[in-house]
Write a protein that binds this ligand. Structure first.
Ligand code: CU
Length: 310
């Protein structure tokens, strides 16, 4: 069976190379979906750091995020690596095969997902079937939280009232267990942040001494983006932290688009109840209408902190 082992190792290397290719092609999208039909992927690293391996059939990842996956093809056949953009407007495909010239079927593009009330920051609606257009017309059942205005700044007192802030999420929810728009019911295993666990214990497990809440704000129609309603050109001071300080950062997405938020010079620990094995990342995709918290130990220096779509 030695030939099989060698073959597998070669295929693993090929798979990693091809996934990189797919990522390169799709990198300008705000959350790409990767799958290899009929072949399970074992995710072994997130943002370059080892995690406890977790087996899935598909995952979403955003610009600057990376996942390392291991695949072990056991059949003498070709497989299609499918990279699909989150708005389902395009697809990249590559072929994983033991011999040149082999191909596998390419699945069609799937339906474009429709934004839900949760994507609009209206809270967790369970399986509620209230489409946004119905909500806008007031057709949703009583008890739905549609009496919340998306221009009510009360849930975000620190956000500047600016034309660049089109919406405020009335009830942003923790969406770290969410696989990504349109992946809720795909009928196979999908990845989410709550499945990630660091393989090595975290280097700093001190609880945070304070919390910084930052709203991800924007105007979808004018394609303007900001933190707390202040665009970069108007920012006159950094977000201060003391060297070595342990801080919890909570990001709240007040837009209906996912934002991959990237911090230079650090890895931070996602707060998903994993104790000393919290997953460590440098980029986190904050789902539409969602919020996510992470703890970080501040390194000395000035560090860029930005959405990686810009
Ligand atoms: Cu963004």
């Amino acid at each position: 069976m030695e030939w099989l082992a060698n073959l597998s190792i070669q295929w693993v290397l090929v798979a990693i190379a091809l996934l990189t290719l797919a990522r390169t092609i799709l990198t300008r999208r705000f959350g790409d979906l990767v799958r290899i039909p009929a072949l399970a992927m074992s995710v072994v690293a997130a943002d370059g750091l080892n995690i406890r391996p977790v087996e899935v059939d598909e995952f979403q990842f955003a610009p600057a995020e990376t996942y390392d996956v291991v695949v072990i093809p056991r059949e003498d056949r070709a497989f299609t690596i499918v990279g699909e953009s989150i708005d389902r407007s395009g697809m990249a495909r590559a072929t994983l095969a033991p011999r040149v010239g082999m191909t596998a079927p390419v699945p069609p593009l799937r339906r474009r997902p429709v934004a839900t009330m949760t994507d609009m920051g209206m809270g967790a609606m369970g399986g509620g079937g209230c489409a946004p257009e119905h909500a806008a017309m007031g057709h949703c059942a009583a008890g739905a939280p549609m009496d919340h205005s998306m221009r009510d700044f009360a849930p975000a007192p620190g956000v500047k009232r600016d034309p660049g802030v089109q919406t405020i999420s009335p009830m942003p929810t923790d969406r770290t267990g969410y696989p990504g728009q349109g992946l809720e019911n795909v009928g196979h295993r999908t990845l989410n942040y709550r499945m990630l666990e660091s393989l090595a214990p975290n280097p700093d497990t001190r609880p945070p001494g304070r919390e910084i809440v930052i709203h991800l704000t924007g105007n979808m129609e004018r394609y303007m983006w900001s933190f707390d309603g202040v665009k970069f050109a108007h920012v006159d001071k950094p977000i201060p932290m003391r060297s070595g300080e342990r801080v919890r950062v909570t990001l709240i997405n007040d837009t209906m688009m996912g934002h991959p938020i990237h911090l230079h010079g650090h890895f931070f620990e996602l707060v998903t109840d994993k104790g000393a094995h919290a997953p460590r990342k440098h980029t986190v995709l904050v789902q539409p209408g969602g919020k996510v918290s992470w703890d970080v130990t501040a390194e000395p220096g000035d560090w860029a902190f930005h959405c990686h779509m810009l």
